[in-house]
Design a protein around this ligand. Structure first.
Ligand code: NAP
Length: 527
């Protein structure tokens, strides 16, 4: 282990190592079922306050940096994460039970995400610069108006348990906040505190290398809802990014809304990601679709927010062929360690409840072991699914519910009955076009991403990605937590009226230093 990868169990408040004043806890190896050294300590209210005040003090300096300076900062974080080498992967494997290949892939995703946002900053159009020239001759005269987006202020980020790297300390929420010029106060997830500390050190190193104010980033350690509640309630915090349970997200939405100054909270919570098997596709490719579905369902022990939790098709021979193949493929998938004992316990309880449900048939159910999750496949009728909202609830793990619909009307009725979702998938062939066209307007209202002939797991970090959707998929369906669109969550517009050139922000001057796309008198131009 190198010097940079020594884990101390401390929080990092404005770049300083600080031992939390609260209760101690340890990371846990879910594979070996044993605690891991060293002990961590929860921060107390005064330490949270300190981190938030430092973030507030850093905000004006940080947002005054050029796009190039922040791009270099993001590139430097990526370099510092890679410099942690194998120590980071080994610690993340130990804390999460996830295999090496998955975590190496996730590190690559994290680094590429940082680079993508650095590219976004260098391209410059993120700030949505607009210029409406003065029209002094018009009656009434029009003033000179110029608009750009600025960061909201310090952002509180809650790391997700299921992506210890890509949705954690240097994950999508943190990176999009940094790109927007917002300092971040990060609540580490207690499922991987050591991994969090290592990545936090990489960020702190990057802050120092780039000579940024220390309050740009702080890492808060600890378990218990009090830390999150205090953080979201702190007056310095101006926005929140959260990935986790519906219960936790809703609790924090209430805190954000009840503040003297309410703030936006972007929570990504729960989704069952319906998969619609349209008749022609099912007739032509039932077995092939079933194999793809089973792989998507069981990838990462089903611990993805985009896991295909419900499959809808017309009852009949083709759907039978589909589920027979799915059952055969799932029979070969072993039980595997889940991220935490809490997640495994709630998955197993969910599977048990469904298995004992009067309106459910069990098609497949692995023998579960402590701390592990294995595949489970259930079936119900369209009528029962429509009548019981409890059957629409997310089961976080490799379980899915097949719904046999009487006809296409009932299938559309079910689509209409669903809550907001991150994704919907349509398996279709040319002959299904009309049915797909009828389904599409419903799905557009319900979900953030609609896929044709694929599976919902695997979320590309890209410009046109939407990882979001109406409540309860997220708390605010107008945004995305993955891809460059994520920066929009932490921005707001400011308009400058009749400003002298010398006082204008650089991007809004008549002759900007760098040519970026701007909307000048209504037309997009780089001139
Ligand atoms: P979680 O229990 O919601 O916790 C996420 C983070 O929020 C943790 O840092 C937690 O802090 C904090 N938190 C939770 N409830 C809070 C509250 N009422 N007030 C203040 N802070 C609160 O999520 P999890 O531990 O990752 O997993 C539990 C379940 O969440 C899973 O079984 C799954 O159903 C769901 N989940 C969904 C996704 C998704 O992508 N949508 C991802 C992961 C998990 P403390 O733990 O320190 O209290």
């Amino acid at each position: 282990m190198s010097m940079t990868s020594i884990i101390t169990g401390q929080a990092l408040i404005g770049g300083r190592n600080v031992m939390g004043n609260g209760a101690s806890f340890q990371a846990f190896d879910p594979s070996k079922k044993q605690a891991i050294e060293p002990a961590f300590h929860a921060v107390d209210a005064q330490q949270i306050d300190q981190a938030c005040r430092l973030a507030q003090a850093a905000f004006d300096l940080f947002r005054a940096t050029s796009d190039e300076q922040r791009a270099v900062f993001l590139d430097t974080i990526a370099q510092q994460i890679l410099a942690l080498g194998d120590d980071l992967i080994v610690r993340a494997m130990t804390e999460s039970g996830l295999p090496r290949m998955r975590l190496e892939g996730e590190r690559g995703r994290t680094v590429n995400q940082l680079k993508l946002f650095a590219d976004l900053l260098r391209e410059g159009s993120w700030c949505d610069a607009r210029i409406d020239s003065a029209l002094p001759e018009r009656q009434p005269p029009r003033p000179d108006l110029r608009l750009r987006m600025i960061g909201l202020g310090p952002v509180a980020v809650f790391a997700a348990s299921n992506f210890p790297l890509a949705f954690s300390v240097a994950g999508g929420d943190t990176v999009s906040a940094f790109a927007a010029g917002c300092p971040v106060v990060l609540k580490a997830h207690s499922a991987h505190p050591g991994t969090s500390e290592l990545v936090a050190r990489a960020i702190v190193n990057a802050v120092q290398i780039c000579a940024l104010p220390a309050g740009v980033f702080s890492l808060l350690t600890g378990t218990g809802n009090g830390i999150g509640q205090t953080l979201v309630g702190h007056p310095a915090i101006q926005a929140v990014g959260f990935t986790g349970s519906r219960q936790g997200g809703i609790a924090l939405m209430k805190v954000a809304a009840a503040r003297a100054q309410p703030i936006p909270l972007y929570a990504e919570m729960s989704s069952i990601n319906p998969v619609f098997l349209l008749p022609q596709a099912l007739a032509a490719r039932a077995e092939e679709i079933a194999s793809g579905f089973a792989a998507s369902l069981t990838m990462g022990v089903g611990q993805f927010c985009t896991n295909p939790g419900v499959v809808l098709a017309l009852k009949g021979e083709d759907f039978s062929r589909f589920y027979q193949r799915a059952v055969a493929v799932l029979a070969d998938v072993p039980c595997a360690t889940m991220l935490t004992s809490g997640i495994a316990g709630s998955y197993q309880r969910g599977v048990q409840n469904l298995a004992g449900h009067a309106d459910i048939s069990v098609l497949a159910k692995a023998q579960m072991e402590e701390g592990k999750g294995g595949p489970a496949l259930f079936m119900t009728t369209g009528g029962a699914f429509l009548a019981q909202e409890a059957l629409h609830e997310e089961m976080f793990g490799p379980a899915s519910l097949l719904v046999e619909c009487d006809d296409m009307d009932q299938l559309r009725q079910i689509a209409e009955s669903l809550e907001g979702q991150l994704t919907a998938t349509v398996q279709m062939d040319d002959g299904d076009l009309e049915q797909a066209q009828q389904l599409l307007p419903i799905l557009e209202r319900k979900v953030g991403r609609i896929l044709v002939n694929g599976f919902p797991t695997g979320v590309e970090v890209a410009t046109a990605m939407v990882h979001g959707g109406p409540f309860p998929a997220t708390s605010d369906g107008r945004s995305s937590s993955v891809g460059t669109a994520a920066i929009q969550r932490f921005l707001r517009p400011v308009s400058y009226q009749n400003f002298p050139q010398s006082l204008l922000p650089a991007v809004l001057r008549d002759e900007p230093e760098f040519k970026i796309w701007r909307r000048r008198d209504g037309a997009l131009t780089k001139e």
